[in-house]
Design a protein around this ligand. Sequence first.
Ligand SMILES: Cc1cc2nc3c(=O)[nH]c(=O)nc-3n(C[C@H](O)[C@H](O)[C@H](O)COP(=O)(O)OP(=O)(O)OC[C@H]3O[C@@H](n4cnc5c(N)ncnc54)[C@H](O)[C@@H]3O)c2cc1C
Length: 501
Amino acid sequence: MAATSRNTPSALRRGLLQVAALMGAGAHGALAMARGKTPDKNTRPAGLANFQGEVVTRSDSRYLGWFWAMSWYRIKPHRFPSMFVQPTSREDLQLLLKFANESGQRLVARSSGHNISNPVLAQDAITVDMSLFDHIEELDTEQKSVWAGPGVLSETLNKQLFAKGFAFPSAHTGFVTIGGYLLGGGMGWNMPQWGMGCGSVLAAEVMLADGRIVTTSEIENPDLFWAMRGVGPGFFGIVLRYKLRIHEAPVVVKNTYFYAIEQVEEAVAEYLKLLPQSANRSEILGAIGKFNPPGTPKGKEAWHWVVNIMSYGATKEEAQAAANVFTQAPAISKLAKAHTAGNVPLTYLDLYSQLSTDFYSQFRTSEIALFTEEPGKAIASLAKTLSAKALDPRSFGFSVLGTNPTVPEPCSFTYAAPHYLSWYLIGTSKQDVAKNYQLADELHAQLKPLAKGYYINEIDLTRFPSLVRECFSNGKWLRLHQAREHYDPHKRFVSYLDAGK
Ligand SMILES: Cc1cc2nc3c(=O)[nH]c(=O)nc-3n(C[C@H](O)[C@H](O)[C@H](O)COP(=O)(O)OP(=O)(O)OC[C@H]3O[C@@H](n4cnc5c(N)ncnc54)[C@H](O)[C@@H]3O)c2cc1C
């Protein structure tokens, strides 16, 4: 997740986003190249002879192309799956589960490979690429629901819904799929109003470890439904499709303010005072980085906390009234170095062209996202260290004040605190990863006293495996293990739960 203002022309932005989507979400770029090659003969196991989709084993010359394409991140972990498979149907998946159970192999599902821990590349396991399960079906504007596969991209889903006047809180970034995003909670647009994305999941169809397909909802297999609303990259089944509650598309008004790092605590305090008046109609998204107002002379760039206030309403007047809570409060402008994007009207779809940090998101080497009750102290502390020590000036932090990280209970997602803060350390080489880990350790130790809990979708579990425990309450952690034992007793699916209670 990340958001900040951009200065590039919108046509260019759209074009770049589309290229990024092609390269990342379905990993189509590298896959197309890998597919261009003729599959090596006789590398497919006999048990998968009738599997209609791709099967790429280690002795297949396309293996490296697939290894490269499955994870979004430029620097890959030193973990090599036994093979990559890309099912085209439920029959393919059933065949795969039979094969895995008979040969004792483990599986990990993949939708678009955006998770920072790269769980989709697990040593000796089969990576199951679900990107072709990307259908959007049964859109029902009366019942306000739609079915969508895990391989559906956030922006693609919203384009279809928007044409009918609706929207869904999928990821801020258009090229992230709903598959993994919803399992971990899902922090989408208009969160103060709609809560976490998985709160808008009504049901799902899941293939279990034994090959059965079950529907999960509040009334059918409720334990599984409970688990899949918050478990994140440790789920013990394969999501075939989700049934989503859709929302009427709101109108949006955007305002942007730039604050000097030294002003952060004071400015945050002013925003917090106004939040109750805002009544969940504005989201206060802040980016901490070397972001500057347009026209800043070269060499004069500095680090800022850039706040994008996104105000929502059923009409433009309603959205404007929500924005006024902040824009008409004297302290908000007085403390700011600049106010750009004054009351800019946006549609829900326009939100996808507001992100600049997406362009280099594949160079993220480590990240942590936490929930806090003390956002002023936390943002100021992060900004101070990051601006002084970031190896790559594209490293940044991201904050959301009053984000409303709630999911209607029962769910495994654990509410910890109302405000969110994350940081993303950028690097381009293996040496950068090592250096960034030193800074990641320092930031973690520094911010830990201010963290009430962490966000399972955005923590680097390779570097910080123990943080997974702090994403869940004690009771929910134990219950996750019980659900896993019930639904996946032979640990067919690779999961962080493997590490034990
Ligand atoms: C550029 C960028 C922007 C992002 N923006 C946001 C944002 O706005 N809000 C937010 O909350 N998060 C955001 N994220 C984080 C993102 O939600 C998580 O990383 C999420 O896990 C990625 O989803 P994915 O579908 O790519 O999962 P993958 O990386 O493909 O898979 C991760 C894990 O999820 C599970 N999984 C995936 N698909 C399935 C399936 N079909 N069935 C069963 N299990 C499955 C598996 O355990 C898998 O190991 C962003 C990440 C990036 C890189």
